[in-house]
Design a protein around this ligand. Structure first.
Ligand code: NAP
Length: 248
């Protein structure tokens, strides 16, 4: 079966760059109307222009996922302008890595607020639309460190583990209305987020990847598209690892 998202509307948070941008691009290539949204106006505009040059159907709205008012506006506008919301991808995420003994309250709070509360806010704001439609798919981007933990990333790992708990609970609440909620847990994917890591840290990760290469944003995007498609209609509440075999 060909994956076709014609007449489907998709929101991808944090979609100006990196994995989110690739997810949005893959949906757009499959015929969807994509709502691009990110915290920074300038990068968002740049991405919207690129999409329009490619002829992709898209709109763009700045939204900081930690801001309840902005999130509500994003969902409300999407529904008002497009008439339906078929797929929500909670991709926006940040890291503030340091050992726990050195971690500032702010490092903890901003990571949890963005990665976990952000997904709570967007999901809560969109649920009534999904329920009314009795169809839809929510996909949350977690991380393998949400399953394993990682020294120096206690805030990030906690946020990504929390996202798994949130998603599995919402999956149970929404399953009777034919709404699927799943997670993708990437391993090491080459983006701005991982670019900043020191070479020795990158080499250590590589040693632990059985496939012996880092992932690309499209590896995550292809999994997201599959999960949002009818091919995955019997899958809900699941964490799909995309990590070259790093965590088995
Ligand atoms: P990225 O290149 O840094 O992209 C993340 C995007 O989210 C950026 O455009 C960022 O904007 C935006 N963002 C940050 N805070 C936001 C907020 N409060 N509201 C809205 N947007 C916000 O990172 P990535 O590597 O593509 O990561 C995407 C997702 O995959 C994240 O959830 C990440 O945790 C997860 N992930 C990545 C990897 C990896 O190896 N790369 C592995 C596992 C999981 P600014 O840059 O302007 O702040």
């Amino acid at each position: 079966m060909q994956i076709d998202f014609t007449n489907k509307n998709v929101i991808v948070t944090g979609s100006s760059q990196g994995i989110g941008k690739k997810i949005a691009e893959t949906f757009a290539e499959s015929g969807a109307h994509v709502v691009l949204t990110d915290i920074d106006q300038e990068t968002l505009e740049k991405t919207k222009n690129e999409f329009e040059e490619e002829g992709y159907a898209c709109t763009a709205q700045v939204c900081n996922v930690t801001n309840k008012t902005e999130v509500q506006k994003l969902i409300k506008n999407t529904y008002a302008e497009l008439g339906s919301l078929d797929v929500l991808v909670n991709n926006a995420g940040i890291t503030k890595d340091t050992l726990l003994m050195r971690m500032k309250d702010e490092d903890w709070d901003t990571v949890i607020e963005t990665n976990l509360k952000g997904a709570f806010l967007t999901t809560r704001a969109s649920i009534r639309y999904f329920l009314k439609q009795r169809a839809g798919s929510i996909i949350n981007i977690s991380s393998v460190v949400g399953l394993t933990g990682n020294a120096g990333q206690s805030n990030y790992s906690a946020s990504k583990a929390g996202l798994i708990g949130l998603s599995k609970s919402v999956a149970q609440e929404l399953a009777p209305r034919n709404i699927n909620v799943n997670l993708v847990a990437p391993g090491f994917i080459k983006t701005k987020m991982t670019e900043k890591l020191p070479e020795d840290v990158k080499n250590k990760y590589l040693d632990n990847i059985p496939l012996k290469y880092f992932g690309a944003p499209e590896d995550v995007a292809n999994t997201v598209i599959f999960l949002a498609s009818p091919l995955a209609k019997y899958i809900t509440g699941q964490v799909i690892k995309v990590d070259g075999g790093m965590v088995m």
